[in-house]
Design a protein around this ligand. Structure first.
Ligand code: ADP
Ligand code: MG
Length: 233
């Protein structure tokens, strides 16, 4: 297991958001964490990557307990978080945003070529101000920036948010490609269908607790999951 979360609880003030949650991500896997708006998906990713405090529990990443480590140190250990709404620097160019992604290491000549070959549009738009890109292009930029830190594990928070189905499809196929090239992926999504299609296993989150976990294939055909998350009635 590259990531092992045990008995995680997170509160906002007195209100519990995550209760005693355990989940794991194996080396090389793409794991989907699906659930409705407000279920606690973002909270889990923020807790794992050191952006918010845990009330209790442990988070072991690549053999080390990181539960109380600062987020920039977690990035250095090889975890990279693509936040909800992408977190790009809207006033900087595409190229400047990419340089930010490499801040923990020296950029090697082939590194940018690698992301430009995944997302050729970013090479074309290299000098464009990032805030003027389309939603899909901004998501591509956010993923590219995360890749430039050469992560072992990439956390993706709702990459499909606000994107047309066709754009979602193309971004998800690139996420799959990134995983096949060796990066482990934890993918948080409201779009259960799209996420389960490209993942190996999945967890279903409901108000701060895991209610189902199985292979993605099994979740896609599970009646309760289909009813609640895949638009079957
Ligand atoms: N900064 C915050 N302060 C207080 N409550 C929050 C905060 N962020 C999220 N919450 C609450 O925690 C719950 C989980 O939110 P979140 O993790 O954003 O869910 P999801 O990403 O699944 O939509 C929700 O009830 C939300 O209102
Ligand atoms: Mg969220």
């Amino acid at each position: 297991m590259i990531l092992s979360i045990k008995n995680l609880s997170v509160n906002y003030g007195l209100i519990p958001a995550i209760r005693n949650l355990s989940m794991e991500v194996g080396q090389g896997e793409t794991v989907a964490l699906i659930g409705a708006n407000g279920a606690g998906k973002t909270t889990i990713l923020r807790a794992v990557s050191g952006l918010i405090k845990l009330a209790s529990g442990s988070v072991v990443f690549d053999g080390q307990d990181i539960a109380r480590l600062k987020s920039h140190l977690i990035v250095r250990r090889g975890m990279s978080h693509v936040p909800e709404r992408r977190g790009i620097f809207a006033n900087l160019t595409v190229y400047e945003n990419l340089l930010m992604g490499a801040y923990i290491r020296k950029l090697l000549p082939g590194d940018l070529d690698e992301v430009y070959s995944l997302f050729p549009i970013l090479l074309e738009r290299k000098k464009q101000i990032a805030g003027t890109l389309s939603g899909g292009e901004q998501q591509m930029l956010a993923i590219s920036r995360a890749l430039l830190s050469k992560p072992k594990l990439m956390l993706l928070d709702e990459p499909s948010l606000g994107l047309a189905p066709q754009i979602t499809k193309s971004i998800f196929s690139i996420i799959q490609k990134i995983n096949k090239a060796g990066t482990t992926v934890l993918l948080v999504e409201q779009n259960a269908q799209a996420a389960l299609k490209i993942s190996h296993r999945g967890y279903v989150l409901e108000v701060g607790e895991i209610t189902h976990t199985d292979t993605s294939e099994a979740l896609l055909t599970n009646d309760a999951v289909r009813k609640a998350y895949l638009g079957d009635h």
